[in-house]
Design a protein around this ligand. Structure first.
Ligand code: PHE
Length: 346
């Protein structure tokens, strides 16, 4: 049965016309007009409809009253909401429709963070970037030629021992063997072969040696560095080493330079930094974190750089050890656990 609109007993259909009308309202004035039409004391459609209820039989009255009240409530709500919107500045309405309340104080969610090593390497790249150094990377699988020969290691050097090196069981050309690089120094070779001096660059990455105790891990991280020019000296190298340690470990880092031997530099130096040590003693202990020196003329020649025209320094820092000193971590193993709870504190 259809319900033609009537002034005495408006049907649901008619009320929905009001709802539609309200939706089209765009000013407070129009809103008031509709409010009057509906709820005006004398002639409001809803007011009249409510009054008419008393003419119905008690049963019907109850049912109709319920229906009408529901509709009335909905219309009132619709009007209120619209009123609120029209009264608030437009920016606030936008925020509302975005439904993000930026003032809401939500409980803090636990968030992950970068592992200490990549975080540290990013810092390294930033610090050297400020000193004008380029960043380059090389492969982790190298061969004896790259890891040793071109770096001026004699054929019989002890570092080539299978007890220290992870050789790879893959057929290699005669007189050569594949291996996991034991240091980032092969990237020096790759860089020098493909770039014309002057240049300065760092080479961060993973390296592998058969070693495991509190300060050695079979996989660890180094960042190699190289600076070649016409008049680069050991004094420049010392300045860069000191700046690096202060920036990356601490301004108060205590360190010492010692002479050291590496076939690919001459002279060679090593730097130790004071560390609490595995046992965390007050006196602490020295931990070697870098090997460095002036690039050996043979290495420059191997890369087609004329050692009579060019000179400079190279260095290789142990990133994991620097992180250990910086955060007073007693063992390198803590950096690579299966259970990451230890790392969560940083
Ligand atoms: N490659 C050396 C090491 O792993 C470090 C080093 C790099 C020393 C560059 C001198 C110059 O121990």
């Amino acid at each position: 049965m259809s319900n033609p609109p009537s002034s005495t007993s408006p049907a649901a259909g008619e009320w929905s016309l009001y709802a539609k009308k309200i939706k089209k309202v765009s000013t407070l004035k129009e809103l008031e007009k509709i409010e009057q039409e509906l709820f005006g004391r004398k002639n409001g459609a809803m007011t009249i409809a409510m009054k008419k209820l008393k003419d119905l039989s008690p049963d019907l009255r109850k049912q109709k009253a319920q229906e009408l009240n529901k509709i009335k409530q909905e219309l009132i709500e619709q009007l209120e909401q619209l009123k609120n919107e029209l009264e608030t500045p437009s920016g606030a309405i936008l925020a509302k429709s975005d439904s993000i309340d930026v003032t809401l104080d939500l409980p803090q969610k636990e968030r992950g963070h970068l592992h200490l090593i990549p975080e540290f390497i990013r810092h390294v790249e930033e610090v050297f970037g400020r000193m004008g150094f380029d960043v380059a990377r090389g492969p982790e699988i190298e061969d004896e030629k790259m890891n040793f020969d071109l770096l001026n290691f004699p054929k019989e050097h002890a570092a080539r021992d299978a007890q220290d090196i992870f050789y790879i069981n893959r057929k290699a050309p005669a007189d050569n063997k594949f291996l996991l690089r034991a240091h980032t120094s092969p990237v020096q070779i790759r860089y020098m072969k493909t770039h014309k001096p002057p240049f300065r660059a760092i080479f961060p990455g993973k390296v592998y040696r058969k070693d495991a105790d509190a300060t050695h891990s079979p996989m660890f991280h180094q960042f190699e560095g190289l600076m070649i020019g016409k008049d680069i000296t050991l004094a420049n190298m010392k300045a860069v080493m000191i700046e690096t340690m202060k920036e990356l470990i601490s301004q108060d880092a205590e360190f010492r330079f010692r002479t050291g031997y590496f076939p690919f530099v001459e002279p060679g130096l090593e730097v130790d930094v004071k560390w609490e040590g595995e046992k965390k003693t007050k006196e602490g202990t020295w931990l070697e974190i870098v090997g460095c020196g002036m690039v050996h003329p043979n290495v420059l020649k191997n890369c087609n750089i004329d050692p009579d025209k060019w000179q400079g320094f190279a260095f290789g820092f142990g990133a994991d050890r620097m992180v250990m000193i910086k955060h007073q971590i007693p063992s390198i193993k803590e950096l690579f656990p299966g259970d990451v709870r230890f790392l969560r504190q940083f």
